[in-house]
Write a protein that binds this ligand. Structure first.
Ligand SMILES: [Zn+2]
Ligand SMILES: [Zn+2]
Length: 206
């Protein structure tokens, strides 16, 4: 489903990485592996390495596969034509370093996002919507140690996409995609159900 090897072609074996000093932080083309989306874990981190994270993969991860976001906030936040993000369950996302995380609140249509940055290098690596989508974390795929294993499947907010930015053949939607809309609805329903169950439980416990 996520394989696009035929389109990406050679990963530049031998040409990439001549200035690479840290093998783990900068895998060269020859070292990029196809990591299964289901099972195992995904590791990543910020530009300087002070922030590290692990995503535990299981049968429900990712909640939504990598998606380009071409909204103006992602563009401004990253200084790039798009962000590439993957939605995962908060329970499966762990910050494995103790470095301070800087945050910045932004609004994405009706959603209040809290973007996370490394306090040392300021790299943006994830965001949460604690009020609107509690329990979900949206992680920047290009901060993964092996981002090539997680290619984009679609693009959203392409109404503000630069004309010269090519989505590489995936479908772009003007605002949210049908797939992400369904994920948000299902997730909100799941969280609501969990809260109701918890409140019934606490009533019984009283
Ligand atoms: Zn950093
Ligand atoms: Zn965006």
């Amino acid at each position: 489903m996520f394989g696009r090897g035929a389109e990406t072609g050679d990963q530049g074996e031998g040409e990439a990485g001549s200035e690479v000093s840290t093998k783990d932080a900068h895998p060269t083309g020859a070292e990029i592996q196809q990591v299964p989306t289901v099972g195992g874990s995904v590791e990543g981190g910020c530009l300087c390495g002070a922030q590290r994270f692990t995503i535990r993969m299981n049968d429900k991860e990712p909640i939504h596969p990598p998606t380009y976001c071409c909204c103006r906030m992602c563009q401004k936040c990253l200084g790039a034509p798009a962000g590439l993000y993957m939605c995962v369950d908060r329970e499966n996302f762990t910050l494995t370093s103790t470095a301070e995380v800087k945050t910045c609140e932004t609004w994405h249509t009706t959603c209040r996002n809290v973007r996370m940055f490394c306090s040392k290098c300021s790299a943006h690596f994830a965001f949460e919507s604690p009020k609107d989508l509690p329990g979900m974390v949206t992680v920047a795929v290009c901060c993964f140690d092996f981002p090539d294993s997680y290619p984009p499947v679609e693009g959203v907010f392409c109404s503000t996409k630069s004309q010269w930015f090519d989505l590489g053949g995936v479908t772009g939607y003007d605002v949210w995609s049908p797939g992400l809309t369904k994920v948000f609805e299902d997730y909100a329903e799941k969280i609501k159900h969990a809260e109701e169950t918890a409140s019934q439980q606490s009533t019984r416990d009283d």
